[in-house]
Write a protein that binds this ligand. Structure first.
Ligand SMILES: Cc1cc2nc3c(=O)[nH]c(=O)nc-3n(C[C@H](O)[C@H](O)[C@H](O)COP(=O)(O)O)c2cc1C
Length: 323
């Protein structure tokens, strides 16, 4: 039976590698797409020249479809990213928002991408955004639950997926806290036609982050993950270390009007310090999601795409019975 996510995106396996700022760079994106899934450039905050350079780099490594990330939030970056993705003729745009989607703006941008022949993935955190995304013409909807790496949201992945599949007819991809084929099989039963993984791909062999970041993910357990930066309005999950403790203390000890700037200052460059320099104890931020407890080894991308789907299908072929 044909899989609608694969058909919509022109891919072989319904596995999407989540966009990860300054982490899902060309080598990972190309590896995932080449393996038959969909690689997504973490281009949401990148200047135009860097996006175009990354797009070129991906094309040198694969001729298969891939995507680039754009945040649908008004501001200069929206136009910078849109121009780069259109100019680079990226086959799929992966759009999310740090705020609730506004229908008119959403429709305007989806139409611009569709007019250029670009497929649109909407990554959403709330049911009402899924409804707006479908009305505006999204080709695929990803439901990202609170447990997923990156920015913390509110609704659990289990609840969000069940709500969204009941409300839309667009193919839905489950995301947040997924790292095993058996979980993916559970999502299929609920109604998902694909899965997205971020943290699991961050710990893959092909991800171009420092080995210490991958080892930190493998070593961490579920309760090591803490939400940092609540006062900024955009808290993100991090593996607990000295920096995370410092950020948590700032929010605890200061009025949030002051804490937000202190957090920004204390965490400035922290992703780079971990990802490039490999310093993951004191000042570097390792932004893994709660799923770290299910990640026990550094795997090649293939194991997270073709091998993953083979086992996923095997789980679906088993017959379960409650009585
Ligand atoms: C280090 C890191 C950076 C991320 N950066 C972004 C980003 O720039 N844009 C975005 O849409 N999502 C971002 N995310 C979220 C992922 O795309 C994906 O939705 C999430 O990781 C899925 O949950 P999981 O980590 O439990 O698999 C990031 C996630 C991580 C772990």
């Amino acid at each position: 039976m044909a899989n609608r996510v694969c058909e919509a995106l022109g891919i072989e396996y319904p596995v999407i590698q989540g966009a990860m700022a300054w982490t899902s760079m060309a080598p990972l994106v190309a590896a995932v797409s080449e393996a038959g899934g969909l690689g997504v450039l973490g281009s949401g905050f990148m200047p135009k020249e860097i996006i175009l350079g990354q797009v070129d780099a991906v094309r040198k490594m694969t001729s298969k479809p891939f995507a680039a990330n754009l945040f649908l939030d008004p501001g200069p970056q929206l136009e910078i990213g849109t121009e780069a993705i259109l100019e680079g003729k990226v086959p799929v745009v992966y759009i999310d928002s740090l705020n609730l989607l506004q229908y008119d703006l959403t429709k305007e941008y989806y139409d611009r991408f569709h007019a250029a022949g670009c497929k649109v993935i909407a990554k959403i955190n709330y049911l009402e955004d899924a409804v707006v995304a479908e009305k505006a013409g999204a080709d695929v909807i990803i439901t990202k639950g609170v447990e997923g790496g990156g920015h913390c949201t509110k609704v659990s992945g289990r609840v969000l997926l069940a709500e969204v599949v009941n409300a839309v007819s667009t193919p839905v991809v489950a995301s947040g806290g997924i790292a095993t084929p058996r979980q993916a099989a559970g999502c299929t039963v609920v109604g998902a036609e694909g899965v997205e993984m971020g943290t699991a791909f961050m710990a893959s062999e092909e991800c171009p982050v420092h080995i210490n970041v991958k080892k930190a993910i493998v070593k961490a357990i579920d309760r090591d993950i803490v939400a940092c930066g609540a006062s900024t309005g955009e808290p993100s999950w991090q593996i607990r270390n000295k920096l995370a403790d410092k950020l948590l203390k700032i929010d605890q000890d200061h009025p949030w009007s002051e804490a937000a700037d202190m957090i920004r200052e204390a965490s400035s460059g922290s992703l780079r310090i971990a990802s490039l320099d490999g310093e993951v104890e004191e000042q570097g931020a390792v932004m893994g999601g709660q799923v770290v407890g299910l990640i026990h080894e550094i795997k090649p991308v293939k194991a997270l795409v073709a091998d993953f789907c083979k086992e996923w299908q095997e789980w679906l072929s088993k017959s379960y019975s409650l009585f």
